[in-house]
Design a protein. Sequence first.
Length: 724
Amino acid sequence: MSIVNDEYLSLEALGISERAKTQFADSNPPFTPPYLIYTNCKDTAEVKHVGNIVAVGKGYCDGQASIGTSYTQLPAYPFPKLYHRSDDLEKSLRNQELEKAKIDNWFEDSVMPGAVVHANVSSPDVRQNSIWTLRGTPAQRENFAHENDLGVDDAHPAEDAIDFFEALFPYFEKNWPIWAANPRALSNISRLLSLLVENALDGSNPDQVKLGLVDHILILVPATRTNCVDHWDFYPDIGNKYPKQPFDEEFRDDDVIAWLQVAAGSPYSRLKPYIKHQDNFQVTNEHFRQTDDFKDDDLDQAMAEGRVFVVDFKEFHPANTKPPANDSDGGRLFTPIAMFAVPKTGGPLKTIAIQSTQHTPQSTQERLLWKYLNIQDANKPLSDILTPGSDYWSWQMTKNLFMSMYAICNVVDHLSTHFFLGSIPISFYRNIPKQHPLTALLETHFMSLVTNNHLGVFWEVGTANAESYGRTDHGLLSGMANKMTGWTGETFIEETVRLAGTYHFVEGSTPLDRSKDTQFSAIEDFPLHDDEGIYPVIEKWVRNYINLYYRNDSDVQKDHELQAFCHEVVNNSKVNGFPESLSTVEELIEMLTRLIFWMTNNHALEATLSAQKFAPVGYWSDRVPRNDETKLELDWFNILPPINVGMAVFCASRIFVDLPREWHRSLGKYPKGQFMHDQRVYKHLDTFQQELVALDDHIKDKNQSRRWAYNLKRPSTMTVSPWN
């Protein structure tokens, strides 16, 4: 493809037909090359030009847009150009596009208190940016598109498909005696079939679905507990599609919990240095020395040496202030505190102690009432400090209680990122036209964000109109909280919105530099931070791309479309920490780098949820473990969810936890044809992808020397947008 100059492409480069070229030559007034900047296909077969700028009509595209089940196809982007370097025709086209965009897209802050959402999810801009979008025609992509798919066809239906019930049938085959022994099995099947038949025969509203997403599983799978840990292995044996956690065979090892604080299942590790004693978490040397590596250690000395750390879930909703999820024995979520430390001889982080709640008995009377009658303030549930030296099964139950809150926090972290970012595309659609350089760069990173936020929070399964704004606690995902977790849907949304309100655009996209920040120096391997190499790679890619279109700081200052976008993100989208205006190219590069970092790195979530025997999203008892009791394995089984809830959580987690395979729609991937309108981009895209592959290989090499691999920071496992 030949580049005529900085701003115009040849007709041959755009795959324009011979018939169109003839009309260009015969046009009145006539013009000669360099010919054109390619605008979108319009609803007319005309060829219009002013000077040497040509708008190509629909009749001259080499194909029509087609929509498939897993991707869509739209015309190639126009060649990017800043408004102040455009002629009158192009300025007019841009103005018209944005006038319509402002009618189609607007902000809503009343349907979800504390968050701004898109008020019109049927907007053409939202619909066109909801799935993987190939650009141009197959012939154009064959000739001019050079996006590297890294071995994975991102538009292939088989790669994109998610079989919600794929794990159910292998589990049934492997564990059929559970069904056979359940006296309610036949009645459950009958109930499910009746509901399905009722739905099929209901002609009054053929679009209505009467069963929620997980209701089939909750009805069909026995609501029973077992005495066999193997019954909690929900992973189907389907090649490498459902990889187990690397610590799956050692899930009862105390080191696993400590590992997950540094190899966090979320971009937001809650591990903090423990520099002074907490009044409500009175760990003593007796507790401290119960862990083998600390038998001759001293807690105060370890604290002074920066070797002690804490995870405290005090910010989250306490247990028992909401009714339990299902019944009096339903799931609950407590707010535990845990201590971790590094031995004085070095080595990996170790688990020291866990307190199940924020409060302990303060008097003999309070302890006796709690111990023998389970009487306590419902808003201040009581607990003891347990350690690896406590009763074995009481300690295992305590670890499950801690990991239940850890698991639900992973979900909240994931969805709060959706909420924090969710209104940015509204400002983008309203202010950035297709001809702007940022459109081709950012649209893939915004893909599905608005749609998924709406479906997850507002669309109630069972309602006919998927575009309606229903109750926020009855959405596709929020509604499942009522059935599968220790929170109600209302609490789930409250916590998610609250957490999103604490995020800051700059602070949340500034990786920790362990060479300068010494608060975790005692920890030798902190993969969440030590595997951080993505930010500078994104920054280099953004810098190379932006330098193609912005010649100096004046270009940024004159770009009123860009300035309007920033202004609305701050004042209408309410994104804390986002720049309200930009003055320099460097500021633009920084903003875009951070934005892509948020849409990829900070949207990550690992598959801890799938480990139901270790990290269920509810503790199925109102009695927390105590340090003066002896428990059995059966007691441990009884604090796990019923099997049907465990299976439902496992299947539901497939929606937003794992990619179908590495490098599928991941960071660094763009749809075919995304940049074919400007061939100069490809050399920089090649560099970007090569550096991401090198980083991915580097982390894989590091994992070889670790006891358990950590994949959250690998580019190949990060989605390119919040599409899941």
